[in-house]
Design a protein around this ligand. Structure first.
Ligand code: UT7
Length: 326
């Protein structure tokens, strides 16, 4: 049985914060941010939005695009590092209630910015063994609530939003996708957010723990990881990166994607780019980009694409697929 992406959706909160806006409260400027990251603006959730509400809006759009009713969804996976609650209940359970997916199991998956690729692989395998069943896979983040807005070396990178896909049995037969999932916990200190059980709490110890980033180390890892994932997938399939139609890499920094393109000797045009107006939305970045490309009519049947991400953990992962087959 073949499995495919049946529909996509996304949601970006309406409030836009530009680099110039940031420069009013931070020692930074548009020239520095744009030349070092490719980012000009990002969407930031207002009080009435949070990770589950944005995930539900993206999920609803994906269900509508797929022509699938909430009752037909058997599984919801939300990839996120910024859940509504610190640990439980899962954001996926809140999405399940918001969308009225009465027959669905639901859980969160935490693989940071690579989370959507991990999640779509789980949904693909689940849909293969549960004939006719459909899964809703969402990447959603409210990073604006965990970054340190005084740290110009990290806060300028991030934005909020959500992207979603519905996965289910394909209408006809199609080629199977291939995925690689990797991790390297030796780099755990490169990007993290405290507040878990790692440290025994002391009185007054935690205000709200914020994201800590060693930008140089993550940058170097990201370039190696994205190139390795894409090269190995192509090798595994006996093809070359040059035969790819499009690469949907995690939208972290335009200079990372530039460096990956150079390392792989691929024209930059093969890489989908939207980070100029979204910033880094972590696990949401790949499904937001995918939905944008679908809605612009840029993805045609049988196009060869790679989805690849990297993030805290460290994690890195990629899926090679012929659109829309998984
Ligand atoms: O999803 C995964 C998440 N993480 C990432 O993807 C992060 C990957 N890393 C990066 O994107 C880059 O390392 C950054 C954009 C975070 C930083 O860029 P960089 O080219 O590595 O800059 P840097 O940290 O080497 O800083 C260079 C200079 C420093 O000043 P001095 O010491 O040379 O005087 C910084 O203090 O730029 C300064 N700087 C800034 N200046 C203006 C750092 N941030 C800013 C800023 N505005 N926002």
């Amino acid at each position: 049985m073949s499995v495919q992406i049946l529909g996509t959706g996304s949601y970006l909160p309406p409030k836009v914060v530009t680099n110039d806006d940031l420069s009013k409260s931070l020692d930074t400027n548009d020239e520095w941010i744009h030349s070092h990251t490719g980012i000009r603006s990002r969407h930031i959730a207002e009080e009435d939005d949070c990770t589950s509400s944005m995930a539900a809006k993206a999920g609803k759009a994906a269900l509508e695009a797929a022509g699938v009713s909430p009752d037909d969804i058997g599984l919801i996976i939300v990839a996120t590092s910024t859940p509504d609650y610190a640990t439980f209940p899962s954001t996926a359970c809140l999405v399940q209630a918001a969308l009225g997916c009465k027959g669905a199991g639901a859980y969160d998956l935490q693989a940071a910015c690579a989370g959507f690729v991990y999640a779509i692989e789980q949904a693909r395998c689940w849909a293969k063994v549960n004939k006719g069943a459909k899964a809703l896979v969402i990447g959603a983040e409210t990073l604006s609530r965990v970054v340190d807005w005084r740290d110009r070396g990290s806060c300028i990178l991030f934005g909020d939003g959500a992207g979603a896909v519905v996965v289910g049995e394909a209408e006809g037969a199609g080629p199977e996708a291939h995925t690689v999932l990797w991790a390297d916990g030796n780099g755990a200190s490169f990007i993290y957010r405290d507040g878990g059980t790692r440290l025994k709490p002391q009185p007054g110890m935690f205000p709200i723990p914020t994201l800590v980033l060693q930008g140089h180390d993550v940058f170097a890892f990201a370039v190696r990881a994205l190139a390795k994932v894409t090269n190995q997938l192509c090798e595994k399939l006996g093809t070359t990166p040059a035969s790819l139609d499009r690469v949907f890499a995690h939208q972290a920094n335009g200079r990372i994607i530039d460096a990956v393109a150079r390392r792989m000797k691929l024209p930059l045009e093969k890489f989908y780019l939207n980070l100029e107006t979204t910033g880094n939305t972590s696990a949401a970045s790949i499904p937001i980009a995918l939905d944008e490309a679908v809605r612009k009519g840029e993805l045609k049947k049988d196009m060869k694409i790679v989805l690849c991400g990297f993030g805290a953990g460290l994690t890195y992962a990629g899926t090679y697929m012929q659109w829309p087959y998984l």
